[in-house]
Write a protein that binds this ligand. Structure first.
Ligand code: SAH
Length: 255
């Protein structure tokens, strides 16, 4: 893939909820600066990353296009910019990390699972653990609305700054404990967690639409994390346990 996909940035989706702070409001952003620390065309580096993702088995064209579109180097410290397109997790401050691209792509592919709405996108998605906002930006290309919640105020503010220049009208950043979900945005077609807990909170399954999916890291009885997929169908839940992963812990409360 060598061309940037022509995704519309502004979507005709449903009306925003009043209580939600919207990214991209306020003063118009300055033109994005040249990629810092990369020293070469970031689109070319990103395309190489996407080719590798495809070679590793990511098959959903919507996921590959979204990964190709979002400039990951803008979400990490300038000093780490030259590592932004390597398949590695990176520190984002506050003792948290941005997930590696292959894991972001894999989880979003699982979330979509071939499902599309009339506009070719998934409906409303809840992301638990905004972190630096990178995955929220990727999700904004494949979902009609993205509600992303973060429990650390500093990271919530950082994500808001990071995302401002992208002007993603369908990303709604929330500060709070994502273990309670975000009832005002429910029901969700998908819920994706970027932090691993011992169990899936009841709020998430309650706020999941019928036919919806939860993709999350979860601590297994042997103490290691694995990705799980929970599908809700006819009110019943079906859980699949997939590969092992390493995520930061899901914590309750705000800080
Ligand atoms: N998706 C992020 C990854 C962030 S790491 C990105 O693209 O950068 C996971 C994040 O989950 C951390 O920022 C952590 O503070 C947050 N987190 C952990 N428990 C949480 C909870 N209960 N509610 C909201 N966020 C939580």
């Amino acid at each position: 893939m060598t061309r940037r996909p022509g995704f519309p940035v502004r979507l005709p989706g449903s009306a925003p909820l009043p209580a939600v702070r919207r990214v991209g409001s306020g003063a118009p952003p300055a033109a994005p600066a040249a990629p810092a620390g990369l020293g070469l065309d970031s689109q070319a580096v990103r395309s190489r990353m996407v080719h590798k993702l495809a070679a590793q088995g990511i098959a959903d064209a919507r996921v590959l296009a979204a990964m190709n579109a979002v400039e990951r180097h803008r979400f990490v410290d300038t000093a780490l910019g030259n590592q932004a397109y390597e398949d590695t997790s990176l520190p984002i401050g506050w003792a948290q990390t941005i997930s590696k691209p292959s894991v972001v792509a894999r989880m979003i592919e699982l979330l979509l699972a071939g499902r599309t709405g009339a506009d070719g996108r998934l409906g409303r998605v809840l992301e638990v653990g905004t972190g630096c906002g990178y995955q929220a930006a990727v999700l904004s290309h494949v979902a009609s609305e993205v509600y992303s919640i973060e429990r650390l105020r500093g990271l919530h503010e950082r994500a808001r700054e990071n995302l401002r220049a992208f002007r993603l009208a369908n990303v709604h950043l929330l500060f709070g404990d994502g273990m309670a979900g975000f009832a005002k945005g429910a029901p969700y077609a998908g819920i994706i967690a970027a932090a691993g807990g011992e169990a899936v909170p009841a709020a998430w399954t309650d706020q999941l639409a019928d036919g919806g999916r939860i993709v999350a890291p979860m601590v297994m009885p042997h103490g290691q994390q694995a990705l799980i997929v929970l599908e809700k169908s006819g009110g019943a839940l079906r859980q699949s346990v997939l590969e092992g992963v390493h995520f930061v812990p899901l914590k309750s409360g705000i800080a």
